[in-house]
Design a binder for this molecule. Sequence first.
Ligand SMILES: C[S@@+](CC[C@H](N)C(=O)[O-])C[C@H]1O[C@@H](n2cnc3c(N)ncnc32)[C@H](O)[C@@H]1O
Length: 281
Amino acid sequence: MPDFRSVFRSRLLALAVLLVPPALQAQEEVPFVTSPDNVTLEMLRVAGVGPADHVIDLGSGDGRIVILAAKRFGATGLGVEIVPELVQRSLENARNAGVADRVTFKVQDLFETDLSKATVVTMYLLPEVNLKLRPALLALTPGTRVVSHDWDMADWKPDQTTVVAVPDKKVGLEKSSKVHLWTVPAKVEGRWCGAGLLRGTSLALTQRHQEFEGTLVRGDRTRNVDGRIEGTTLRTSAASSGRAGELVLQVQGDRLRIVAAGGPLALAQGMSFVRANGSGC
Ligand SMILES: C[S@@+](CC[C@H](N)C(=O)[O-])C[C@H]1O[C@@H](n2cnc3c(N)ncnc32)[C@H](O)[C@@H]1O
């Protein structure tokens, strides 16, 4: 059985050699292959891109993702690309599309790019490149959306994956593309202490990317909780919500505010936990 990744890589490289003029073959690690229009559109659609967004495409090729984000969804954008000729082509494409005032393209190594202004990061790279970028992506502002064409990020599982038909796909074995979406989760691991009327209640959480589990303790009562973190919102799973009802918490700086609660905690809606200073409350 041929290994899918090596088949993908060798076909991608072969295609790049065939299609790309020699001057554009400077970067072999991730060759220039464009995302088809329907995949580009899906990447921006799943991320919910809108006029308030700043989209950064890492390895921006001919600029199509950032240009469509500006033209169709009113976003601003930055494309970083290692091949100067592709940056020139992107600038020209942006002018032709009438969005040159909202998008920028730079000849720059994607690993040296400041991502702090991004509300959406898009990538069509390779699995090992995604993995190398992962720590920087996880460190972005909670709520930042990350979209990757085809490749995922190992045990940081996507929040959502859609499959788009690409009948004339020239790389890989499938005639379709995957579009993966992640939302950068807030960092909530640790102990939180009830404040105000919640004094005496504590919440201890562990976190693996966008999944959390922990215990809520008040006096001699303990409730186990687990669930998912969507940006700054924590939502208990159906299993751990059980008869006690769903618990929804919102990270607000050093506070964790109960924004929705069922059962015995219903009266605690609007109350907060604060981060413990030491190990106890
Ligand atoms: C598969 S293409 C994707 C192009 C575009 N994002 C798209 O989806 O149509 C990957 C691009 O990344 C660029 N690239 C590879 N390594 C890079 C690096 N270290 N820094 C910036 N760009 C890089 C390549 O030149 C190529 O244009």
